[in-house]
Design a protein around this ligand. Structure first.
Ligand code: NAP
Length: 540
């Protein structure tokens, strides 16, 4: 029998933001439930268990800051933690703060409907259970609506196939198998070296080469941990004040001001540091074409120096501005193409036509044989998870409809016409261009403080105004337009990888520091840009 539950806040999603929402709201006395579609907590880190899955932000940064004892006591083993270690951390946090009792697993939300008269949301699950709450926190994640391209013949393929973001818990046996990996984004570049080392043969089907940096991983030594933990609070303050929400070594110089030699030395240093450090090489690397081209040329030369076969090396060289598709990281990624059991096929030149019983057929009639196909083909990013839920605000307006021309938010948190509905780490906020844990914490704390403010001042409803929303959306677009991202709209940042989606730059590039200040200012000034109303004003 379907059941109905009354709570103050319904949180959708038990990833980093959802779990912290539960912790923070519960602490302030709001009854809170978290509804999670997966069979375990962890969100992204629960589902993306493909071999090689690893964070590309340093573990000491990519972790909760809200509890000093937690951050002092947890010991990260590596600079860039693997998926199992991150999931173990999330499990630890859930146990430590007794979060699980208010998380409902295997509970997929199908709709969230605003009831004008009651001034409450009704959130309905696939099983028909209803959760009625004053507030909804949509912590649904931005990279989890996975996409398997609609290839003809998917059912004809007689082998096994998997998407990286829906990896079997028991793992996949590659030994002795012929494997195809489709896709060379962040997931592809992490899994490819591992499959290559295990499988009999690997064929990589690459449509667009992307820039892949070395991971730069290493075990943390006791000295490194002690140094960081000696004043963890300062590290956290620094992360929140920074552009990308973590303690990266940022070069304050502009690439236009320095010699070619100095640029090259900086690129070399950044390559050796690994991951996203390359994007902090110069302040203008994502703005100035010459500086960016210099970096891109430098990486292309690096690829040529690593990959022995010049034809393969040429295929691997990206022809776009560095970083305008999200930079990838991989351990021995380019070196993998020197292995005798690895082939690379350019499927832009020779596109995939269909799957057949034995493998994948290409436009020239070749069939690439496979026992296993891995789709590392990405997500309907930023809005995909929310658009799969039937969210209806005032007057039954659909969120999907409201966002048809691109996501509309005020400071990434509120949506006009959708009262008491908060979007966590989504479009219009630094989100995927930043450390998602830092940015998620900013959001959760802002929502917590807003709810306390409403309660203390006798308000029942908070809602972004259409004017504030429009101005913010314009600002988000304006900031993006002044960067090189605007010269490469073929990325999931713009929604370009999802058929039918509006081409709009989705995250906010203004920087975590200034963005956080803006959120603080809004709270301090009594929430300008939002309308606050008391119940009697909203009930007819
Ligand atoms: P992605 O970046 O969207 O990459 C998808 C890949 O699949 C691209 O190479 C794409 O080619 C290719 N592809 C898609 N459809 C195809 C088709 N029909 N035929 C051939 N190729 C096709 O997805 P992702 O690698 O899963 O990464 C998504 C995001 O998740 C990352 O950008 C990152 O933010 C996050 N992530 C982070 C980490 C990490 O922290 N290290 C790891 C994994 C994921 P095109 O480029 O031509 O579209």
């Amino acid at each position: 029998m379907p059941t109905t539950h009354e709570v103050d806040a319904v949180v959708i999603g038990a990833g980093f933001s959802g779990l912290y929402s539960l912790y923070a709201l519960r602490k302030e006395g709001f009854s809170t439930v978290v509804l999670e579609a997966g069979s375990g907590i962890g969100g992204t880190w629960y589902h993306n268990r493909y071999p090689g899955a690893r964070c590309d932000i340093e573990s000491l940064d990519y972790s909760y800051s809200f509890d000093e004892d937690l951050q002092q006591e947890w010991r990260w083993s590596e600079k860039f933690a693997s998926q199992p270690e991150i999931l173990a951390y999330i499990d630890h946090v859930a146990e430590r703060f007794d979060l699980r009792k208010d998380v409902r697993l295997d509970t997929r939300v199908v709709s969230a409907v605003w009831d004008e008269d009651a001034a409450k949301w009704t959130v309905t699950t696939e099983a028909g259970d209803r959760y009625v709450g004053q507030f909804v926190v949509a912590a649904t994640g931005v990279l989890n609506a996975r996409q398997v391209p609609r290839f003809d013949g998917l059912d004809d393929f007689e082998g096994e196939w998997y998407h990286t973001a829906d990896w079997p818990r028991e793992g996949v046996e590659f030994a002795g198998k012929r494997v195809i990996v489709v896709g060379t984004g962040s997931s592809g570049t992490q899994i490819i070296p591992i499959v290559a080392a295990q499988a009999d043969h690997l064929t990589v089907l690459q449509r667009t080469p992307n820039f892949t940096m070395p991971t730069g991983n290493a075990p943390y030594t006791e000295e490194m941990l002690a140094e960081w933990k000696a004043d963890y609070a300062a590290k956290r303050r620094n992360a929140r004040a920074s552009n990308n929400g973590h303690n990266q070594i940022v070069n304050d110089k502009y690439g236009v001001d320095v010699s070619d030699e100095e640029r090259a030395a900086e690129f070399e240093k950044r390559w050796n540091l690994g991951g996203h450090y390359m994007l902090r090489a110069f302040r203008d690397i994502l703005v100035d074409e010459d500086v960016n081209n210099a970096a891109a040329d430098w990486v292309r030369a690096k690829i040529a120096s690593i990959v022995e076969d010049p034809e393969t090396a040429a295929k691997l060289m990206p022809r776009m501005y560095l970083g305008t598709k999200r930079l990838c990281t991989g351990t021995n990624y380019y070196e993998t193409y020197n292995r005798p059991n690895v082939d690379l096929i350019d499927v832009k030149a020779n596109p995939i036509v269909r799957l057949v019983a034995e493998g994948i057929e290409l436009a020239d009639g070749t069939v690439v044989p496979a026992d296993i196909i891995v789709f590392a083909t990405g997500f309907d990013a930023m809005t995909g998870s929310l658009s799969r839920i039937d969210v209806r605000g005032r007057g039954g307006r659909e969120l999907k409809e409201h966002w048809k021309g691109g996501p509309l938010t005020y400071v990434g948190l509120g949506v006009s016409g959708f009262p008491n509905f908060f979007v966590m780490s989504g479009p219009g906020s630094p989100s995927v261009t930043s450390n998602m844990v830092t940015s998620g914490e900013l959001h959760v704390e802002w929502v917590r403080d807003a709810l306390v403010y409403l309660r203390e001042h006798g308000y029942a409803v908070i809602e972004a105004t259409p004017e504030a929303e429009a101005a913010w959306v314009e600002h988000v677009a304006d900031v993006a337009s002044r960067t090189l991202y605007a010269k490469n709209t073929n990325s999931w940042f713009y929604g370009a990888n999802t058929p039918g989606k509006a081409i709009v730059f989705q995250p906010y590039l203004g920087g975590v520091g200034p963005y956080g200040k803006r959120l603080q200012q809004i709270a301090a000034e009594g929430y300008p840009g939002f309308t606050l109303t008391r119940v009697r004003e909203t009930v007819g």
